[in-house]
Design a protein around this ligand. Sequence first.
Ligand SMILES: Cc1ncc(C[n+]2csc(CCOP(=O)(O)OP(=O)(O)O)c2C)c(N)n1
Ligand SMILES: [Mg+2]
Length: 328
Amino acid sequence: MSATDSVPPKVLLEIYRKALLINVFDEKMRGLLGSGRLAAVYYSVRGQEVLAAAMGVHLKPSDYIVTTYRGIHDQLAKGMPLRELCAEYYGKATGTCKGKGGPMHITYPKAGIMVTTGVVGSGLPIAAGLALASQVKKDGRVTVCNFGDGASNIGAFHEALNMASLWKLPVVFLCQNNGYGECTKYEKATSVAHIADRAAAYNMRGVTVDGNDAEAMWRAAGEAVDRARSGAGPTLLEAKTFRFMGHYFGDPGAYIPKEEYQAALTRDPMPRCKAAVIASGASTDEQLATLKLEFAEQIEDALKFAVDSPPPDVSEIETDIYGAGARA
Ligand SMILES: Cc1ncc(C[n+]2csc(CCOP(=O)(O)OP(=O)(O)O)c2C)c(N)n1
Ligand SMILES: [Mg+2]
């Protein structure tokens, strides 16, 4: 992968497929929450679909990801099965964590989804640890650590980047800079214009990219993953993006100036990516509309599976919660 490579039409379509699944899933979740059919905490990924998809196409099933509460885009792009994902949201025994983790802790090692955490910044040292394990075991895996712009102000970010750089760990730190940490605008909380500028402090490669541009994101993600896999060390990759739905489900986002929101809408990655796919000749408007219906059906199936599944048995209350011997 080099900085001048252009995305093959088939790959562009694969990116859009992943992004569309994420987009349809996100919309469905918001519908369920709004109508009271699901009671859960939910952090919409609307606006961040394409960057996750463009990273996802570079990853092997055996590669690892770490993500946050705002993580369904990263999880679905990595290959999370819909049924287990939905079941975990409903707290059912068939969920990714047997219904005991919930939305904030989606973890599915079978697809390399190693940790989802609600503690801001806490994923970075864990990702460095996973990458260190891969380096020691020489298993060829790459770890991608997803986090927000706000997380880059947490101490753990700096500790993890320092170690990862020093030890040339096979990890990509993907900062999804959506312009806000909760209700606080980026500029009010962060001292640098670009998060990627912070890489210099750790002698690390830092790259800023338009995360809403499928091709640019695909290229930057590919370069970072290739470098990590080849032993050239980590990258701090900053994808500039925007979240359209507020911090949590129910947040009206009144602190976002109207003009800023309108300007962001003109850069919405979904229509941009769709137009690029159609222009590339890889698909048509009609085919993509059919695909959307197929995804909606798959999601309905997964939701039915979740609703019909049993809750965890009370006898399981301490199973998988404490380490062996922790209660002895
Ligand atoms: C250590 C810690 N401090 C504060 C919080 C409360 N909190 C939850 S999300 C959030 C904002 C994080 O913003 P960012 O990293 O930009 O991620 P985004 O939500 O925009 O994806 C904060 C402060 C937390 N969960 N953990
Ligand atoms: Mg943010």
